[in-house]
Design a binder for this molecule. Structure first.
Ligand code: NI
Length: 173
């Protein structure tokens, strides 16, 4: 396992429509393991493959918040939202590709998602609360969409400028 560098917005690879994972090769298994390690290390609750520069439809997440609860690392290959609730909820979102920037985003409160697990089986599950927000945020990444795309143009530009500055500073360091 190894920690992979996380791309910082703006980056063209974060704006791409990702291709489906066609076969569950050992590279895909390795990618999923690395992504989980990278996510826990960050630390974060979700990570999408394009954030580590792989434009394939694969996400990982673990939204267990209680310190004493066992972790629930999830790997979702080719995830698809099959149902969204009419009820909506607002969460303050952040993103490992947009460090230390947070904003309220409104999304469906509950979603049902179908995906392929690493063992090749098809899974389907309903998510609510933080899990629902996280899975929608991560699936958005696979369509080249970031949470700041839900904000007004002005807020988005402000955050993008901050990220450009951060990247310049990191490049100099
Ligand atoms: Ni994100």
């Amino acid at each position: 396992m190894s920690i992979r560098p996380i791309l910082i917005h703006p980056d063209p690879r974060l704006k791409k429509l990702c291709d489906p994972v066609e076969s569950l090769s050992t590279e895909i298994g390795q990618l999923a393991e690395d992504m989980l390690e990278t996510m826990y290390d960050a630390p974060g609750i979700g990570l999408a493959a394009p954030q580590v520069g792989v434009t394939r439809r694969l996400i990982v997440m673990d939204c267990v918040k209680e310190a004493e609860a066992p972790p629930r690392p999830m790997v979702l290959v080719n995830p698809v939202i099959t149902w969204s609730s009419e009820a909506r909820s607002v969460y303050e979102e952040g993103c490992l590709s947009i460090p230390e920037q947070y904003a309220d985003v409104e999304r469906p409160a509950e979603v049902r998602v179908r995906w392929t697990a690493l063992d090749g089986t098809t899974q389907e599950e309903e998510f609510k609360g933080l899990w629902a927000t996280c899975v929608q945020h991560e699936i958005d990444h696979l369509d080249g969409k970031l949470f700041i795309d839900y904000l007004t143009g002005l807020k988005r530009q402000m955050i993008t400028r901050r990220m450009e500055k951060l990247k310049r500073e990191r490049a100099r360091a």
